[in-house]
Ligand binder design. Structure first.
Ligand code: FMN
Length: 342
């Protein structure tokens, strides 16, 4: 069996929450999934500065669960952390290991202003030694592999040599894999959304990185739109491909990857099997007091390109958005799809 990182779904704030991950798991049994970025300092704050006493412990657990909770069926699952402090990142990595994650990933790619103010994310590319210390501390904190997601450069520091210097230092710190977003980031002047579209895609530089450092495990991210492009990049020598927006916006586009990339011939998911597969998770979520809309909001992309899609979405939105709505809203949505053979 291939490594899960051969195909992964990129970490995306507000998108790859636990519900979308369970959704994606209906599409692929093998892909590596990532959490949204969790800020190590926020975990530290809950652990060290939260309320005290028995009631405090229960509240602390609730807050940790909100940031770190997942269903076992989401695995293989990587916890992505944001931070720049080795001790805090080590503490967060230990929490991730205790809770059953399969991998700890450090975000060195986010260019948002808020993240920059915290001095982490993409701006850490300017300080490879600090990233190496962070990675070493995280790796020492548990047995889990520690990986890094980063850009090909930032601002004027965008030469191939600088990229190599970064990767070499971080590899020496113990990073086991590099997920490379094949765009540089401009830290001033562009917002995160613009930083995902304006700097040109340089898949060639990521290929070159793999050629020059064949012993390292390198995953390509950025602008991959369909399984064919992914296959081509893997055939060209990369160890893995990571897809973000195209997976969120078109989940069923990827229903052939288990057969194509992982050699698993189970029947490809359909819209109805995805929705039905979400029912046990939805039941548990609603029984714990969660709102069904938190799950249904991700489902609007599951049906596309067929007549009646808009009607189905509107009906799901109405049913799942109603006060007191529960799992029956998704059962009805699945039934409608089954009726149409979708
Ligand atoms: C809405 C959104 C939120 C994102 N949040 C994160 C994040 O939390 N951590 C991270 O490393 N990258 C984040 N990214 C970047 C993606 O992981 C990915 O690198 C980027 O979208 C390029 O890949 P794509 O072209 O396949 O979407 C986010 C992207 C989007 C669109």
């Amino acid at each position: 069996m291939e490594h899960a990182y051969r195909f992964s779904v990129a970490p995306m704030l507000d998108c790859t929450d636990r519900h979308f991950r369970v959704l994606m798991r209906q599409v692929s049994r093998h892909a590596l999934l990532y959490t949204e970025m969790v800020v190590a300092r926020a975990l530290h704050h809950i652990l060290r500065e939260g309320p005290t006493g028995v009631a405090g412990a229960a509240e602390r657990e609730q807050r940790l669960e909100r940031l770190l909770g997942f269903d076992p069926e989401e695995r293989p699952l990587a916890l992505q952390l944001g931070g720049d402090d080795p001790a805090m990142l080590a503490e967060a990595a230990r929490l991730g290991a205790e809770r059953g994650y399969d991998e700890i990933n450090l975000n060195v790619g986010c260019p948002s202003e808020k993240v920059q103010q915290g001095r982490f994310g993409a701006c850490l590319m300017a300080d490879p030694e600090r990233v190496a210390r962070c990675v070493a501390a995280m790796a020492a904190a548990s047995d889990l592999p520690v990986t890094v997601k980063h850009r090909i450069g930032i601002d004027e520091r965008d030469s191939f040599e600088e990229l190599l210097t970064f990767v070499d230092a971080v590899a020496a710190g113990g990073a086991r894999r590099f997920a490379v977003h094949a765009r540089k980031a401009w830290l001033e002047g562009l917002d995160p959304k613009q930083n995902r579209t304006i700097p040109p895609l340089r898949w060639d530089l990521v290929q070159r990185l793999k050629q020059e450092r064949p012993a390292l495990t390198i995953e390509l991210n950025g602008g991959l739109l369909d399984p064919d492009q992914c296959r081509q990049q893997l055939a060209a020598g990369l160890d893995g491909v990571m897809v973000g927006r195209a997976a969120y916006e078109h989940p069923l586009r990827w229903n052939g990857i288990d057969a194509d990339l992982f050699g698993d011939g189970h029947p490809p998911a359909r819209a109805s099997t995805v929705v039905r597969g979400l029912l046990p998770h939805t039941d548990r979520w609603c029984a714990g007091g969660g709102r069904v809309w938190a799950i249904a909001r991700h489902l609007v992309h599951v049906v596309e390109g067929v007549s009646g899609a808009r009607h189905w979405r509107a009906s799901l939105t109405r049913a799942a958005g109603a006060r007191g709505a529960g799992v029956e809203a998704l059962e009805e949505a699945a039934r409608q799809l089954e009726e149409r053979g979708l």
